[in-house]
Design a protein. Structure first.
Length: 195
C-alpha cells in the first residue's frame, strides 16, 4: 500500500494494482457457447511452460500463451480475439469490486480467529488456559458439539470480494491504477477487478 494527497490536502491510503496489458484470448457467444463473455489472459508465459491444448487455444486467438485466464460477462461485441485491454478501461472516481485470495494465517485459536477474550486472569487455578475457548457443549443431551461452533482452525487463504472501492488515479503509461483502501491478498498476488 501507499498513499497520495488529494487536491484539498487529505492523505488517501491506496493500493497500487497493475491492470494489464490483458489480451482477449476468446470471445464466447450464445451461438457457440450458450452465453456471452470474453476470456482475458494476463502475464505471458513461454511455450515451454504451456501444454498442447493451451498452445492451440492461444494460437487460435493469435496471442502469446498467458499465465492466467478469467472470463468477464457484459461486454457484448465490444472486443474481438487478440485485442489488448489496458488500464485505460478504468476512469478516475470509478467504483470497482476487487476479488482475490486473502492472506493465509494457518491454524489459529479462538482469540485470533473469532475475537474471544480468553479467561483474562491467570489466578484462581488458571494455569495454562488464558487463550482457550472454554466449555463447548451441553451434558448428556445432545452429547455432541453443534455444527458451526466457533473453534480454532484454519484461517485465511479464502476467496474474498471487497466491493465499491474507488479508483483514485489511473497511470496508463505503466498500466497502473491506484485503488482507495486495501485489496485482498498478499503483495504480488493476482486479483480480479470488476466495474
Amino acid at each position: 500500500m501507499t498513499s497520495v494527497f488529494s487536491a484539498d490536502g487529505k492523505n488517501i491510503p491506496c493500493t497500487v494494482v497493475e491492470a494489464g496489458p490483458c489480451v482477449v484470448a476468446q470471445v464466447k457467444t450464445i451461438a457457440t457457447d450458450g452465453y456471452e463473455a470474453i476470456q482475458l489472459g494476463f502475464q505471458e508465459k513461454t511455450a515451454k511452460h504451456t501444454n498442447k491444448a493451451e498452445q492451440g487455444h492461444f494460437e487460435k486467438a493469435g496471442v502469446a500463451p498467458q499465465r492466467h485466464l478469467v472470463e468477464f460477462k457484459g461486454f457484448g461485441d465490444e472486443f474481438k480475439a487478440g485485442d489488448v485491454i489496458t488500464s485505460e478501461l478504468f476512469q478516475e472516481n470509478d467504483f470497482v469490486d476487487v476479488m482475490g485470495t486473502s492472506k493465509g494465517k494457518g491454524f489459529q485459536g479462538v482469540v485470533k480467529r473469532h475475537g474471544f477474550a480468553g479467561v483474562g486472569e491467570a489466578t484462581h487455578g488458571q494455569e495454562d488456559r488464558q487463550r482457550h475457548p472454554g466449555s463447548l457443549g451441553a451434558s448428556s443431551w445432545p452429547s455432541r458439539v453443534f455444527k458451526g461452533m466457533r473453534m480454532g482452525g484454519h484461517m485465511g487463504d479464502e476467496r474474498v470480494t471487497v466491493q465499491n472501492l474507488q479508483i483514485i488515479k489511473v497511470i496508463p503509461e505503466h498500466n497502473l491504477i491506484l485503488i482507495k483502501g486495501s485489496v485482498p491478498g498478499a503483495k504480488g498476488s493476482i486479483v480480479i477487478i470488476e466495474k
